[in-house]
Design a protein around this ligand. Structure first.
Ligand code: PGA
Length: 255
């Protein structure tokens, strides 16, 4: 069985560089014993080089939280895939629901970002998931289908080998209200079926699908124990070294 993957999304945290480096040092010490789980942290852009330097000889990978699809030019405030790569990133989160909700990102933007990431050797962690209104209206599968199909439209299977998907129901993000393991498993299986419709069976089986949305030490074991849940994208709990370590420990136990 492939390793589970636990990624921490630090969002607009910690408050400054010294607090970010302190968190990184704690994580480095606490996570050193765990070798059966793939681990990544995604700090704010400005902290990436320093965090990557601290984690250089560890098994903890670094990721960006966003990128722009152009490589260079007059795009004030944006960060490119080659910039992230040269700063020490292996991964990049694409299409997080906060980007879609607050910064107007569309499925078309997400597709261009995935292509830019892959072109420059970054592994995209592509976020999909329905809102509360959509779930209450019973259209969650239609929403996720459209997000997956649009994000991967006209893409070939071969370059997508590094793709990671993250199912994050918007109603579960930062709300303390997580999807039940059964709800999450049902959607993960559906996403795998969508991949099977478009790509080979092997690709669908081996593409990692993470769950995100209020993952905590108390619920990680049950979520990670589901057949189609290959890991977790962790927001709030990734800012607490003890909580993040406990989630990684659950991943090791369910591997
Ligand atoms: P949360 O965030 O764990 O704080 O709910 C998850 C995410 O947004 O990736």
């Amino acid at each position: 069985m492939p390793k589970k993957f636990i990624a921490g999304n630090w969002k607009l945290n910690p408050p400054d560089l010294s607090a970010t480096l302190e968190l990184t040092r704690h994580l480095k010490a606490r996570l050193a014993p765990f070798s059966e789980t793939r681990i990544a942290v995604c700090p704010p852009f400005i902290a990436i080089p320093a965090v990557a330097e601290l984690l250089k000889e560890t098994r903890i990978y670094v990721g960006g939280q966003n990128l722009y699809w152009e490589e260079a030019g007059a795009y004030t405030g944006e960060i490119s895939a080659p910039m992230l790569k040269s700063a020490g990133c292996t991964y990049v989160i694409v299409g997080h629901s906060e980007r879609r909700q607050y910064f107007g990102e569309t499925n078309e933007n997400v597709r261009r970002k995935i292509q830019a990431a892959l072109k420059h050797g970054l592994k995209p962690i592509v976020c999909i998931g329905e809102t509360l209104e959509e779930r209450e209206a019973g259209v969650q599968q239609d929403v996720v289908r459209e997000q997956v199909e649009e994000a991967l439209r006209e893409m070939e299977e071969a370059p997508l080998g590094d793709l990671v998907l993250a199912y994050e129901p918007v109603w579960a993000i930062g709300t303390g209200r997580n999807a039940t393991p059964e709800q999450a498993q049902e959607m993960h299986r559906f996403i795998r079926e969508l991949l099977t419709e478009r790509f080979s069976h092997e690709f669908a089986q081996t593409t990692q699908i993470l769950y995100g949305g209020s993952v905590k030490p108390g619920n990680a074991g049950d979520l990670l124990g589901q057949t189609d849940i290959d890991g977790a994208l962790v927001g709030g709990a990734s800012l607490d070294a003890d909580a993040f370590t406990a989630i990684v420990q659950s991943a090791e136990q369910s591997a």
